[in-house]
Design a protein around this ligand. Structure first.
Ligand code: PHE
Length: 348
């Protein structure tokens, strides 16, 4: 009897050891320890033994049963641990690996600058006007006192639109002045910002570029107003209150007098050289930077839109936005602003 118990025990332990799943263990539990299991068969047959044997064999049988029950529980626990190990292996991750940063975009230098210009002019009471990129000859030239046979048209290397009669890619933002005045009575205080086009391409010129146009018309507007507004503008956008402006006589058919506007170089402050006598590269040592054109609106232009030129005067200006962006960020080639190379753009 004793040896039967020993055999059953070693069979049960071997089977448990080989079991691979909870279900297999449960089957073994039923087979050996269940109500109709092999151990209960032994217990039942104890009654045929002598008292002496009943005691020793019964004791052994009970101990063995307890031992097997413990082995079954241990096997369950092992299988559970094993399942965790499998999951841990499969779903392992290194929480110390640095996270991936999503690429966050930002406004382009030019768009940002245009926003800033609108804010500076907004504070001075200027509204923003818009006009089309493809313009008629009428608005781009005629109304601005540049008739077809006038040599001044040569100043603007124009893209004429093929198959569209008398249409151009606007060569400047000045046609917006005309469109605005045609639909508004004085007093007028507007700026207009946008793309302009000329057949030109080098380090500081591109076939597409941006201009800001300004127009102020009222009774008693003089060059003093023009100078005040433009000086304030340049001090604001270059964030330097020491900037001075200079006006040189020039010619644009739609203003009289016409002038070129320069400002002191924001790097060397008009000195042409830096503190340790290093020559200033931005202004090529001259201390001044050319910003754009300006002047008092020509009486003929005012008359063209139906304004009384005896009663009203005004000033207008047209500046290169890209050039101002290049100065602000010390960029030396215009093309960098348009190539959209992230290695460049992300530096700002
Ligand atoms: N429209 C002129 C240009 O682009 C600039 C300008 C505007 C000059 C207004 C005077 C007044 O060349």
């Amino acid at each position: 009897m004793k040896s039967k118990i020993e055999i059953l025990k070693s069979q049960a332990l071997a089977a448990l050891k080989a079991a691979k799943s909870d279900a297999e263990v449960r089957d073994l539990e039923v087979k050996y320890l269940g109500r109709n299991g092999l151990f209960n068969d032994i217990m039942k047959s104890l009654k045929d033994l002598s008292d002496e044997e009943k005691r020793t064999v019964g004791k052994l049988a009970n101990e063995t049963k307890t031992e097997l029950e413990a082995a079954v529980q241990k096997k369950y626990a092992e299988l559970e641990m094993y399942a965790f190990d499998v999951i841990a292996d499969k779903e392992w991750m290194d929480v110390t690996v640095p996270g991936k940063k999503p690429d966050v975009g930002h406004r382009h230098l030019i768009s940002k600058f245009i926003d800033d210009l609108e804010v500076v002019f907004g504070r001075m009471g200027f509204a923003v006007a818009e006009g089309p990129d493809i313009e008629t000859e009428h608005y781009n030239f005629d109304q601005l006192n540049m008739p077809a046979d006038h040599p001044s048209r040569d100043m603007q290397d124009t893209f004429w639109v093929k198959n569209l009669k008398r249409m151009v890619l606007r060569t400047h933002t000045s046609p917006v002045q005309i469109r605005h005045m045609e639909s508004h009575k004085p007093p007028v205080r507007v700026i207009s910002l946008g793309k302009t086009f000329r057949k030109d391409s080098d380090a500081t010129h591109s076939p597409m570029f941006h201009q800001i146009e300004g127009l102020m018309v009222d009774t008693d507007i003089s060059i003093a107003n023009l100078k005040a507004v433009l000086t304030h503008l340049l001090q604001q956008v270059f964030e330097d209150p020491s900037i001075k402006t200079r006006f040189r006589t020039s010619y644009f058919p739609f203003v009289e007098p016409g002038m070129e506007v320069d400002c002191t170089c924001p790097i060397c402050h008009g000195e042409g050289k830096l503190a340790d006598n290093v020559p200033c590269k931005l202004c090529k040592q001259c201390g001044w930077l050319e910003i754009g054109g300006a002047g008092m609106v020509h009486p003929k232009v005012l008359e063209n839109v139906g304004y009384d030129s005896k009663k009203y005067t005004g000033f207008a200006f047209g500046f290169g936005v890209d050039r101002m962006v290049m100065i602000r960020h010390r960029v030396n080639h215009l093309r960098l602003l348009f190539e959209n190379d992230l290695r460049f753009i992300d530096q700002f």
